[in-house]
Design a protein. Structure first.
Length: 407
């Protein structure tokens, strides 16, 4: 129990209760978390009140229950409820409430609250088997998983109206246990300093043209956002990208490989973890023209020279990094065989002097540049983590779990 007290103590938990028969079991969830020291705040749909009265949750949590979008004061109730939450739990998560979360609807106090929260969200589905197996629900659950929502259950067992089958909400103890694991995971990097690079670099040919690559920067941005969500202080050195900077992350712009090199070295000595997820150009024009090269002058002669190898310099120059810090490299490879991918990652691990290398396939429709998924492996000096096809967020979570273990 001591571990659970540590996980929940002082944490603000938003508990969303919807209109399913399993709502009565969520009373136990609220009670257990409150007794473990959590600050439990409950928001209910009108339908949920047909199963459990709001006074029950108010008595157990010690706070009024939110049931309306409107109040007589100046505050916006659902915004105040969501602000500062460490975890939000939707239980029972009916098919309707799941669909509303996926669609981003905000037409009642619960859906508006869950659209406002910025913390991790745990979903505990509960519905009849036919609804759970409906393609619309299957699609919605896949969308939530891809967005990084945590999901517990459902399980098979007794349903309402005497039915049995898949769709039963898991027991309260399992929801509480899963919530504790999420809280522990999301605070695992508190106080750690991360330096992450993202995006592609542009090596100028002239003031108009450049040598670049297909990197969107999405992998590094997702990593930065997830690290910040877990409590890390993050500096993101970003190459070319159209992505919106993650909330709570300091962004340093770097267009070329040399600019990225200088920005990384300026911050490397303070970083507990350096993750080189950027697609840095391997070559640059030896000379960049001062003015635009004219087409009628014929094809220009462009001589390429190597750019600075930032990862290798960090790996083999201990004085540039914080003692005991972790160095992670990324490798984009066009091989199709997973064993070849592992071997290339091991090779890069050795020649670059890194502690960990993530190798992912590029040049295939579902992995690499400009898509939301990767086929990847994570290689350390003692272990290989084979992820297969995974979302970039899923890869970020797995990588940060591994890094937290090393730290």
């Amino acid at each position: 129990m001591q571990d659970l007290h540590e996980a929940f103590g002082g944490k603000k938990i938003v508990l969303g209760v919807t209109g399913g028969i399993a709502a009565y079991k969520v009373v136990q969830v609220a009670r257990d978390m409150a007794q473990l020291g959590a600050d439990v705040r409950v928001v209910m749909t009108r339908s949920a009140e047909r199963f459990v009265g709001q006074q029950t949750f108010a008595a157990l949590s010690g706070h009024p229950v939110l049931t309306s979008l409107f109040s007589s004061g100046a505050d916006v109730p659902h915004v105040e409820l969501a602000r500062g939450a460490d975890l939000a739990i939707l239980a029972p998560a009916t098919a309707n409430s799941i669909a509303k979360v996926v669609a981003g609807m905000a037409d009642d106090s619960l859906s508006a609250t869950f659209l406002t929260v910025t913390c991790p969200v745990l979903i505990a589905p509960a519905m009849h088997t036919e609804m759970w197996q409906n393609p619309a629900t299957e699609h919605n659950m896949a969308v939530l998983a891809g967005r990084g929502y945590y999901i517990v259950g459902p399980t098979s067992g007794a349903l309402s109206s005497g039915d049995e089958g898949m769709g039963r909400m898991v027991e309260p103890a399992e929801i509480v246990s899963e919530a504790a694991e999420i809280l522990a995971r999301t605070s695992s990097l508190t106080g750690k300093r991360f330096l992450i690079t993202a995006g592609g670099t542009r090596e100028a040919i002239d003031p108009v043209r450049y040598i670049g690559n297909h990197s969107s920067g999405r992998m590094g941005y997702v990593l930065a956002e997830e690290a910040a969500r877990r409590g890390a202080k993050v500096i993101l050195v970003s190459g070319s990208t159209h992505l919106i900077p993650p909330v709570g992350v300091e962004v340093v712009k770097a267009s070329s490989a040399q600019e990225m090199h200088d920005a990384v070295l300026a911050h490397a000595s303070d970083a507990d973890v350096i993750v080189k997820a950027a697609a840095v150009a391997d070559f640059r024009p030896e000379i960049a023209a001062d003015s635009k090269l004219k087409k009628d002058a014929g094809p220009p002669e462009v001589r390429l020279v190597p750019t600075v190898d930032i990862l290798k310099e960090l790996g083999h120059s201990s004085g540039l990094r914080k003692p005991g810090g972790i160095l992670v490299g990324f490798a984009a490879e066009t091989v199709r065989d997973e064993e070849q991918l592992v071997e290339l990652a091991r090779h890069k691990l050795e020649i670059k002097g890194a502690d960990m290398v993530v190798a992912n396939q590029v040049g295939v429709p579902d992995s690499g540049f400009e898509v939301p998924t990767n086929r990847a492996v994570i290689v350390t000096r003692t272990d290989v983590d084979r992820l297969g096809l995974v979302t970039k967020l899923g890869l970020a979570k797995r990588l940060l779990d591994d890094i937290a273990g090393l730290l």
